[in-house]
Write a protein that binds this ligand. Structure first.
Ligand code: FES
Length: 166
């Protein structure tokens, strides 16, 4: 089912990203959204459909922090712990996440819903503590509002549009 969905969405993406290898990043995004992570099957489908080697796809995917080659929770939360965010309480937010979810960094909650990890600066230093839930930005985080994010993750990370012009 995922395979068919990805193949059909690649056809749509090809209409937009039709120059050189410009399709790689959006195709990796869609594969990740459909499969939850870049599984072997997802990479094989991309490779055969796009005629790009699996090795090349993996080179791109592993260069960027936001692509996952191992399973993550349905909602994966990144928290920046670099200087600006750290001084604004990033580790309090991390501690709250850890306590609320009862899993360590890069572990998945038993219901499959959440996982989290620390990241380096994401350029939102003026709105610390900053992070992401899936591909959506989170700013001005603190131990209280991160709990709100956990209660209503779909509000902060809604279903993605089928095609994005980015
Ligand atoms: S230090 Fe956290 S976004 Fe820059």
């Amino acid at each position: 089912m995922e395979k068919e969905k990805l193949i059909s969405e690649l056809e749509e993406l090809r209409k937009i990203y039709n120059k050189g290898e410009s399709i790689i990043i959006p195709a990796l995004w869609r594969a990740q959204e459909i499969y939850g992570y870049l599984s072997d099957e997802a990479l094989e489908v991309l490779s055969s459909q796009l005629n790009i080697t699996k090795e090349k796809l993996l080179q791109v995917a592993t260069f960027y922090h936001f692509f996952h080659t191992k399973p993550v929770g349905k909602y994966h939360i990144h928290i920046c712990t670099n200087i600006s965010c750290m001084l604004s309480g990033a580790y309090e937010v991390v501690k709250t996440l850890k306590n609320e979810l009862n899993v360590d960094e890069n572990e998945i909650t038993p219901d499959g819903l959440f996982s989290w990890e620390e990241i380096e600066c994401i350029g939102l230093c003026d709105k610390p503590v900053a992070g992401f839930i899936n591909r959506y930005r989170l700013t001005n985080l603190n131990p209280e509002n991160i709990k709100e994010v956990l209660k209503n993750p779909e509000k902060y990370a809604p279903e993605k549009p089928k095609i994005e012009l980015i």
